[in-house]
Design a protein around this ligand. Structure first.
Ligand SMILES: Nc1ncnc2c1ncn2[C@@H]1O[C@H](COP(=O)(O)OP(=O)(O)OP(=O)(O)O)[C@@H](O)[C@H]1O
Ligand SMILES: O=c1[nH]c(=O)c2[nH+]cn([C@@H]3O[C@H](COP(=O)(O)O)[C@@H](O)[C@H]3O)c2[nH]1
Ligand SMILES: NC(=O)CC[C@H](N)C(=O)O
Ligand SMILES: [Mg+2]
Length: 520
């Protein structure tokens, strides 16, 4: 590993990547490893420190994932969180039991000994808890430094061995001093220095891409969105003109989008860009499909078929001399992976076309330099690479496009209706200066729902569209955005006047969770 790296051992936590991300925010590089990787292998990677994540099991249950005590014998500093804290306690000779006092959500914590973890932080603080078990006795050699009603041992440390842990979740924003506690572990117990920045990601990824691709050629799936633009810029820096970008016009793009990508992306990057018109291909593949997962898988498969053809076209006649394009670059981010069920023991929420929607017979080797990052980190990398703000701050638009915003079967007519409504929403949000305020605002056509209206003294029987404005930091959680009423009124009037098929505009006021951002 090129930078001092903190490995987060994932026991099936909801927040493993959040922990890694908070460590990176503190200026130390971090990656995740599943908890079934043997201690020997973890130590062999020479981590600068280890963080043990939370998890759904109880450490005393028979099949609970355990910690090999060898992990603590190599002298690597370690920090346990929740399950990781309990597992650490148990493996070093402490005890863990079901307390009866579960704690979920915001919980008062009392610091009993300042020590290194809490330093000069307030004695009374609010932390975010989520546990039913608790450490009942610390292992020998540890000092208990905090307590709460449901967790008599809520934090402990053994500074000499550079080991510490907390029952609460320092990685979530609801823990008021969480980031500071994490930093106290990193800097004051593990003795690390905050030397890592997003600029390092650029250098490191360029190196990795060179090592992976060697003298080969790569295609980059370029959507016009932030993630693939940043991925393309990284790969271009690594392998220069052995990269060809391919943008697929699958007919599910928004108004004017493909033309804009063709014009703007090439102007900024000078990259070799090919635009493939695959509108008919996608439309006929999607015919008759209303099930969201089936749509996603169909779209994922068709994307790959188009890239395979493009790969043959790129090498052209050189194919006879054994030339080929073996690598496919995608702007996959961590949330795409985790929602597709790609974390350790995490559920499949929806198959993102570029992860869970990939066909089984994929022959490309994937190059995904952003796979462990969140969107705001990717934006930072984009700025480091010198991409313009207009590109870096674009709102996300899902690869399956309008295909997953038509609830029901996707047809040409329905796409045209949705495209017109969507263009109005985007124009009004931009005119109101809200593009940077909101994360994105899907417009969803309820194609199989009809409702009665009255327009020009006549009866209409049209379709509703749903506005889904959301605010988010990283798409893992989101809240619905409180848009001004007059803006909503303007949007509603324009859509119902200008799009005859739509006679009703409704607002989605669901956060994520429980709703996801997209409807399908
Ligand atoms: N129309 C398209 N043509 C080619 N590749 C695409 C297209 N749409 C999506 N992709 C590929 O799928 C990946 C995932 O799509 P996704 O929408 O998550 O990312 P993005 O479009 O790059 O960024 P953003 O999240 O900002 O929209 C993209 O990074 C890109 O590699
Ligand atoms: O490239 C993508 N391929 C997909 O299959 C996909 N599904 C959702 N999204 C985008 O991901 C973010 C989270 O969306 P959800 O809350 O709907 O899962 C939001 O920003 C969505 O727009 C996708 N992006
Ligand atoms: N969030 C967690 O890591 C929970 C740990 C353990 N399952 C408990 O209930 O205490
Ligand atoms: Mg996109």
């Amino acid at each position: 590993m090129d930078f001092p790296t903190v490995l987060v051992v994932d026991f099936g936590a909801q927040y493993a990547q959040l922990i890694a991300r908070r460590i990176r925010e503190a200026g130390v590089y971090s990656e995740i490893v599943p908890s079934d990787v043997p201690a020997k292998e973890i130590i062999a990677r020479e981590p600068a420190a280890i963080v043990l994540s939370g998890g759904p099991s109880s450490v005393y249950a028979e099949d609970a994932p355990q910690i090999d005590p060898a992990l603590f014998e190599g002298g690597v500093p370690a920090f346990g969180i929740c399950y990781g804290f309990q597992a650490m306690a148990q493996s070093l000779g402490g005890t863990v039991a079901r307390t009866g006092d579960r704690e979920y959500g915001g919980t008062p914590l009392t610091v009993t000994t300042a020590g290194r973890l809490f330093g000069s932080l307030p004695v009374e603080q609010s932390v975010w808890m989520s546990h039913g078990d608790a450490v009942s006795a610390p292992p020998p050699g540890f000092t208990v430094t905090a307590t709460s009603t449901g967790a008599p041992v809520a934090a402990f440390e053994d500074v000499d061995r550079r080991l510490a842990g907390v029952q609460f979740h320092p990685e979530v924003r609801h823990t008021s001093h969480g980031q500071t506690v994490l930093e106290h572990f990193l800097f004051d117990i593990a003795g690390l220095e905050p030397t890592w920045t997003m600029a390092n990601v650029v250098d490191e990824q360029v190196e990795r891409i060179r090592a992976q691709v060697g003298e080969g050629r790569a295609l980059c799936a370029l959507s016009g969105g932030v993630d693939s633009a940043v991925a393309a810029a990284l790969v271009q820096r690594a392998i220069g003109d052995r990269l060809t970008c391919v943008h697929v016009d699958h007919g599910l793009m928004r108004e004017g989008e493909t033309e804009q990508i063709e014009r703007d992306f090439v102007a900024v990057t000078g990259v070799d860009l090919r635009v493939v018109d695959a509108r008919e291909r996608f439309l006929s593949a999607l015919a008759g499909t209303a099930d969201p997962e089936e749509k996603r898988k169909t779209i994922g498969r068709e994307f790959i078929r188009v890239f395979e053809q493009a790969a043959l076209d790129v090498v052209g006649d050189a194919k006879e001399h054994g030339e080929s394009v073996d690598f496919l670059v995608q702007g996959t981010l961590y949330p795409d992976v985790v929602e597709s069920g790609g974390g350790t023991g995490t559920a499949n929420i929806k198959s993102h076309h570029n992860v869970g929607g990939l066909p089984e017979d994929l022959t490309f080797t994937l190059v995904e330099p952003l796979r462990t990052l969140f969107k705001d980190e990717v934006r930072e990398v984009g700025l480091q690479l010198g991409l313009p703000e207009s590109m870096v701050w674009r709102q996300p638009f899902p690869g399956p496009g309008l295909g997953i915003r038509i609830v029901g079967e996707v047809t040409q007519e329905r796409l045209d209706v949705l495209r017109r409504a969507d263009a109005i929403v985007r124009a009004e949000l931009s005119a109101a200066g809200l593009d940077r305020e909101i994360w994105q605002c899907p417009v969803v056509l309820l194609a199989d729902v009809r409702s009665v209206g009255v327009q020009g003294d006549g009866r209409t029987y049209g379709h509703p569209v749903v506005l889904r404005p959301v605010s988010s930091e990283d798409a893992m959680t989101a809240d619905w955005t409180r848009l001004p009423y007059d803006l909503l009124a303007r949007v509603s009037t324009r859509i119902t006047n200008e799009v005859p098929e739509v006679n009703r505009v409704v607002l989605d006021v669901t956060s994520k969770p429980p709703g996801t951002i997209e409807w399908e």
